[in-house]
Design a protein around this ligand. Structure first.
Ligand code: CTP
Ligand code: MG
Length: 227
């Protein structure tokens, strides 16, 4: 396939505070990873690299094969690193030669609809730029210094970034090769390397499961996965 999706699932989920790593916490009898992969495999065909926590590769492969169905030959699992950036790098190293467009997706955005994947790939194809799905910021945002409000921030200049973030493979690989610090997301890393990045419309369901309240919300929103 000409598209590759790296699903980073190697985090520990400290803020979620469950006993399993976040990707293996349950939503309605299936793991967060399994839900995330449902969206990935409902999108157009792609190589899928799941980046799992060390020691959990087998479980990740089971979830991935189940989610892949007839596309099982497109799936592989690699071991993640100490940071998200290291985990993405591990995923990049597993891409097949034919892949030209790479999407990097957080397993923790378990309910991301397939349309977002399509939108991002289309925009990368059309522009050659990095592409980030994003939503307008709804809350009133203040810049603060301790507990003192310094100023209001103009919301129209802000966007909340989600994943999957998409890039031309050569752009993402060269940007990773020269990255000299930790970046908050792939878009920031690619922008720091001098490449252009644009936004497309995100989706409310692509929120990241970070806290116990997010998990509750995901559990109330998730459609059951058919047996
Ligand atoms: N991730 C990863 N490898 C890491 C850290 C994070 O693959 N070393 C992945 C997570 O599995 C998650 C995504 O990056 O799908 C976004 O990270 P985050 O929401 O911060 O997840 P965790 O790092 O697991 O959570 P926390 O920061 O609360 O520990
Ligand atoms: Mg983290």
């Amino acid at each position: 396939p000409r598209v590759g999706v790296i699903v980073v699932a190697a985090g520990s989920g400290t803020r979620l505070g469950q006993d399993a790593p976040k990707a293996f916490v349950g939503i309605g009898g299936h793991t967060i990873l399994r839900h995330a992969l449902r969206g990935v495999f409902a999108a157009p065909e792609a190589q899928v690299v799941v980046v799992a926590p060390a020691g959990r590769e087998g479980e990740a492969l089971t979830d991935a094969r189940e989610a892949a169905g007839a596309r099982a030959e497109l799936v592989s699992v690699v071991t993640g690193g100490a940071t998200r950036q290291a985990s993405v790098a591990a995923g990049l190293a597993a891409l097949w030669p034919a892949v030209q467009v790479v999407l990097v997706h957080d397993a923790a955005r378990a309910l991301t609809p397939p349309a977002v994947f399509e939108r991002v790939v289309d925009a990368v194809d059309r522009t050659g730029w990095g592409v980030v799905p994003a939503l307008p910021v709804i809350d009133t945002i203040k810049r603060v210094d301790g507990d003192r409000i310094v100023e209001a921030v103009d919301r129209s200049q802000l966007a909340a970034a989600q994943t999957p973030q998409g890039f031309r493979r050569d752009v993402l690989e060269t940007s990773y090769a020269i990255a000299a610090e930790e970046f908050t997301d792939d878009a920031a890393l690619v922008a720091a390397a001098g490449h252009r990045v644009a936004i497309v419309e995100g989706d409310v369901h692509a929120f990241k499961i970070t806290t116990p309240a997010d998990l509750e919300r995901a559990r109330s929103l998730a459609a059951p996965i058919p047996a």
